[in-house]
Design a protein around this ligand. Structure first.
Ligand code: 3EB
Length: 342
């Protein structure tokens, strides 16, 4: 993979959107489908009648994500890396796009049964981490994990057999094998979807980001034993800076304080704790980078959409928001929220 060495232009896809404010010119995300995108993440069941999706597919920018879109202007999330040329390719099951100093990779592997998920997660991450390490953008910034049957797979009530926990074991083995320490783990999210395959998307950069902790939450990689044999390998957020450009990628965040899930069964209260966690993280992060620009809200139940939408629109009035139907990795959680700040 070749890298773009030149400094990048000021033009940004976010200029096309009514909501966007002070976008990073080097990396931005919006619901538009402008040409020249690094990657378009396409939600739902790939309804090809959508013109935005047709364009993305035709230009080979599309990276599928099977989560149904519950609300949002457009089923496409557009990742834009300045105005630099984008090179694309495929290696085995991985598709990659590289431009503006960033690399986006997507991988989907069929998962025959819950038993396979540890080995599959390890295999997937082995391939992904090898590709990233050999590329001109070797620094992981963000991973998105879409896990089939994420809360299933328990045999005789053995909580350690839950698919998510086994996924965590496979992922951790691959990270350890690649020599990554917990301080190297990037921002991430891990949610369940209704399909049969494991899909992973990741974003990497030519220059390193800084992985952050949230002092209101135990680091996920230090969760106590009760949450599984292997702890989850991710940071609460990753901060990326170059010149005057600052981007904060906030991980999927939920109603967890310390390591405990709070407000079982109460959507409104879970959303509020999630906002508090994100707010605390933004306070700890670079003060120049507090504008929440793009938000993904994962909801376990479609009937929570109206309530979640009202709360999120009040908390982040300036942001573009997509609402997706997804299972959350802990069975008691109803909502998870991630965001892109610049
Ligand atoms: C949590 O804080 C909620 O396993 O990659 C959030 C973000 C969550 C990422 C992951 C899991 C992951 O533990 C779940």
């Amino acid at each position: 993979m070749r890298q773009s060495k030149s400094p990048l232009s000021a033009s940004s896809a976010a200029n096309n959107t009514p909501h966007a404010v002070a976008a990073s010119s080097l990396l931005s995300v919006s619901q538009s489908n402008s040409s020249g995108a690094l990657a378009n993440v396409v939600f739902g069941n790939n309804k090809l009648d959508q013109s935005a999706l047709r364009t993305a597919v035709a230009e080979q920018q599309a990276f599928g994500c099977e989560l149904p879109l519950l609300a949002g202007d457009c089923p496409v999330e557009n990742w834009h890396a300045g105005n630099q040329p984008v090179e694309r390719g495929q290696i085995g099951a991985m598709r990659w796009a590289c431009g503006g100093g960033f690399l986006f990779v997507g991988l989907t592997l069929a998962c025959a049964s819950a038993d396979d998920i540890t080995a599959l997660a390890k295999l997937a991450y082995e391939q992904l981490l090898a590709l990233v390490a050999e590329s001109a953008s070797p620094h992981l910034l963000r991973c998105w994990n879409y896990v089939p049957n994420i809360n299933g797979g328990m045999e005789q009530g053995n909580a350690d057999h839950e698919v998510y926990k086994r996924f965590c074991t496979g992922r951790l083995r691959a990270f350890e094998q690649a020599g990554l320490q917990s301080a190297d783990f990037p921002a991430a999210s891990a949610v369940g979807h209704a399909g049969d395959s494991l899909t992973i998307h990741l974003l990497a950069s030519q220059t390193p980001g800084r992985h952050l902790t949230n002092t209101k939450q135990v680091d996920a990689f230090s969760y106590p034993r009760q949450y599984g044999i292997s702890s989850p390998s991710f940071a609460r957020a990753t901060l990326w800076q170059q010149g005057d450009d600052t981007v904060l990628l906030v991980s999927g965040t939920a109603s967890i304080v310390g390591h405990e899930s709070l407000h079982i069964g109460d959507l409104g209260a879970q959303v509020q704790v999630t906002f508090d966690n994100i707010g605390h993280l933004l306070d700890q992060a670079n003060k120049q980078c507090q504008q929440v620009q793009f938000v993904r809200v994962y909801l376990r139940h479609e009937e929570h959409l109206a309530e979640a939408k009202a709360l999120v629109e009040r908390e982040y009035p300036q942001a573009e928001v997509v609402y997706l139907l997804a299972d959350i990795c802990r069975a008691e959680l109803l909502v998870e929220i991630e965001c892109f700040c610049a």
